[in-house]
Design a protein around this ligand. Structure first.
Ligand SMILES: [Mn+2]
Length: 254
């Protein structure tokens, strides 16, 4: 059985379709939406609504770590639209409709921090199983899924508290393969060498790996990690992203 894993899709519809066509099953670890494309200022929700110059300014502020000013700038852009909420909803629903239509049957998906969970049911077809704090059997192995991210100054759409996140991890119990959007809290896995900062990793995931020693742990979230894989005891931890740029899935043969 050939399983393809992707994470951090960020609007890459056609590569997602191809990744699904060549596999017996697709696992998607979140961050489907593209709000802001750091490489293409015309892409994403911001690019389409506000244009490349406004996006360039936003990227510049965020890259400089000036998150307060970035938020002010973003707020002023939204305030300039006649109906900001409707424009945002339309852009998000448009992206989700295309992305979910590109997913094969079966797809196993969990949320990233750049996702809006309450929109997924509306767009996911019957071959997509949405899993967050849930275990499912794939090819005779137990796969556990934990979605979302932890709080950051960026305030991305789906960030939950450390306690709520830990509860979801705990609920899985022992699994053969642990899947999450964010990595376990290991500096080699959470440091982004291009952004030059540590992204949020989860100590609850780390503790669960130490306790249960799953054979594999898959995640994404960190786009340019210091290390793409890392061993914790018997567990091999692998970053399967950043699909939006690589356009190549991670291949798992079961
Ligand atoms: Mn992410």
């Amino acid at each position: 059985m050939r399983v393809h894993l992707v994470s951090d899709v960020h609007g890459a519809v056609e590569p997602l379709r191809r990744a699904g066509q060549e596999a017996d099953a697709l696992i998607c670890l979140g961050d489907l939406l593209c709000f802001l494309d750091y490489f293409d200022y015309e892409a994403g929700v911001f690019g389409s609504l506000f244009g490349p110059e406004a996006v360039a300014r936003l990227v510049q502020l965020r890259t400089a770590g000036r998150f307060e000013q970035a938020r002010d700038w973003s707020r002023s852009l939204w305030a300039g639209l006649p109906d900001a909420r409707a424009a945002m909803d339309e852009a998000i629903d448009g992206q989700y409709a295309e992305l979910f239509a590109a997913m094969p049957t079966p797809t196993y998906a969990t949320y990233g921090n750049v996702d809006i969970p309450d929109r997924w049911d509306k767009h996911a077809h019957s071959g997509v199983r949405i899993l967050d704090g849930k275990v499912v059997e794939i090819g005779g192995l137990r796969f556990g899924f934990v979605g979302g991210g932890l709080p950051t100054p960026m305030r991305t759409p789906y960030e939950i508290s450390e306690d709520a996140y830990a509860a979801k991890v705990e609920a899985l119990g022992p699994v053969d393969v642990l899947c999450a959007h964010i990595p376990p809290a290991v500096p080699e896995l959470t440091y982004d060498v291009l952004a030059r900062r540590l992204e949020r990793g989860s100590s609850a995931l780390y503790d669960a790996i130490v306790e249960h020693q799953p054979a594999l742990m898959f995640f994404g979230h960190v786009h340019q990690p210091l290390a793409g894989r890392y061993r914790i005891g018997r567990s091999e931890c692998i970053n399967v992203g950043h699909f939006a740029r690589t356009k190549v899935p991670y291949v798992l043969d079961l």
